[in-house]
Design a protein around this ligand. Structure first.
Ligand code: SF4
Length: 448
């Protein structure tokens, strides 16, 4: 039996960007709950995430809530709805709150256009406090990032940009419907650096159709040559039952589990050799990048947007399908544009589902987040933080026993530690603390 099978890496487990995960969201949570949780926020900074669900063309591997841009009127109308939702949020959390982070994600937020982006950020600044320490980040598509659009990003204060690449091999790019020569990515990075945006992330994916270990090696080499400050390397999640466009991908062309495992290990090895520090399960950063520093100092957080160094929870999500992470619980806006538009046009929140947190959720969430971020957790310390006895974890520790025997996790008293050789199984180890997974029936992606 190979190592992947032995560890159960083909098992379907969540990515734990939250706990409980989105699979536990129910329709009993509505706009009223969202508003009540917003108005109950304690004083302090918040983060905003604005989702723009439009792209110029759709990539077949992508599971995001996105649609092809149909024209300027559609985009303008969407920008106006975001502005309306923004006013509601400011009313409920208090005008003038400082933003620790402002994230523009998607989709392709630059589809809002230069004027649209400027108008949006002006409106945000009119309702919230943005200062020089606010991280303003944006996801960009290098294929459409012109020097003029990069200049707009510089002008509105963007200080971190993420570039989607996935893989540089032409065969893989054709198989995922995303043609993007390396020169295109290099030009986009030059344009960003030219306007002073030096913090650049590149997003890659392993496990894509037709991708081989050699192709991944070449992609990593080219990426390192572009010298981004962060590199995220995600495992492709083939979930065609959730993302219809993935049906265009022939599952027979996907690398098998042993190859995926080899790809994950190769990535960690090559990026470490190139001077990048591994952060969490799928990020790599230059040693002086704030994410690497936060990981070293035990300040790393994990949110719906992935790893962050910004102590930026609560996080309020705006736009269709956006998720908010609030002390009271999680809420998610309607993903359908029609439902989102109808609610916002009526001056109501477009919350479609969510999940209220109980004490058990908060306790397990704390354990899972520390394991996902630090690979070590002191269960007794976590229990004390939550006023609970550490014996509450006895059943969870029992579920970890097989992994202890396989050497991918170590238990020393109340301390659970995932050694470097076991990090590939981190999501499986976190799953031992997930009290919903055994009965949820939800389908997730494989653990590696
Ligand atoms: S990968 Fe990016 S550009 Fe492609 S469909 Fe998804 S969000 Fe749009």
């Amino acid at each position: 039996m190979d190592e992947a099978t032995l560890l159960g890496l083909e098992r379907s487990v969540p990515r734990y960007t939250s706990y409980p995960t989105a699979a536990q969201f129910g329709t009993d949570i509505d706009g009223k709950a969202h508003r009540a949780w917003l108005t109950a926020l304690p004083d302090g900074d918040i983060s905003l995430y604005l989702h723009v669900p439009y792209c110029r063309a759709l990539c077949w591997y992508c599971a995001c809530h996105t649609a092809v841009t149909r024209g300027p009127e559609q985009i303008e109308a969407y920008g106006e709805r975001l502005a309306r939702e923004l006013r509601m949020v400011a009313r409920d959390v208090g005008v003038g709150r400082r933003l620790a982070a402002l994230q523009l994600g998607g989709g392709t937020p630059t589809e809002l256009g230069g004027d649209g982006l400027e108008r949006l950020v002006e409106r945000i600044a009119a309702h919230f406090t943005i200062d020089r320490d606010t991280e303003i980040s944006i996801e960009t598509d290098p294929r459409y990032l012109t020097p003029a659009r990069a200049a707009t990003l510089g002008a509105i204060g963007v200080n971190r940009a993420s570039l989607g690449v996935q893989d540089f091999s032409p065969a893989v790019q054709r198989a995922i419907n995303r043609w993007q020569p390396v020169e295109t990515t290099a030009r986009a990075m030059d344009a960003l650096r030219h306007v002073g945006i030096a913090r650049i992330n590149i997003d890659l994916v392993y496990g894509l159709p037709l991708q081989t270990l050699d192709m991944l090696t070449a992609t990593l080499e080219r990426t390192v040559a572009l010298a981004p400050s962060r590199i995220a390397v995600f495992g492709y999640a083939h979930v065609p039952w959730m993302a219809r466009r993935q049906r265009a991908i022939d599952a027979a062309t996907l690398p098998d589990m042993a190859t995926r495992q080899a790809m994950a290990r190769l990535t960690a090895r090559d990026l470490a050799a190139a001077g990048y520090v591994a952060v969490g399960i799928d990020h790599y950063a230059l040693p002086d990048d704030p994410l690497a520093i936060a990981a070293r100092e035990g300040r790393l957080r994990r949110t719906f947007q992935g790893y962050t160094d910004v102590a930026a929870v609560p996080q309020v999500g705006l736009g269709a399908s956006a998720i908010s992470q609030l002390p009271g619980g999680f809420t998610q806006n309607a993903a359908g544009m029609k439902q989102y538009a109808e609610a916002i046009n009526q001056g109501a929140y477009a919350t479609a589902r969510g999940c209220a947190l109980n004490d058990d959720d908060r306790l397990a969430a704390d354990v899972i987040e520390r394991l996902m971020c630090d690979f070590i957790v002191d269960l007794d310390a976590v229990a004390r933080r939550h006023g609970a006895p550490a014996t509450l974890f006895d059943d969870d520790l029992e579920r970890l026993r097989p992994y202890v025997e396989q050497g991918v996790v170590e238990i020393d008293g109340d301390v659970v530690r995932i050694p470097p050789a076991g990090r590939i199984a981190t999501r499986l180890i976190c799953a031992a603390f997930d009290h919903y997974l055994p009965t949820s029936g939800a389908r997730h992606s494989s653990a590696v």
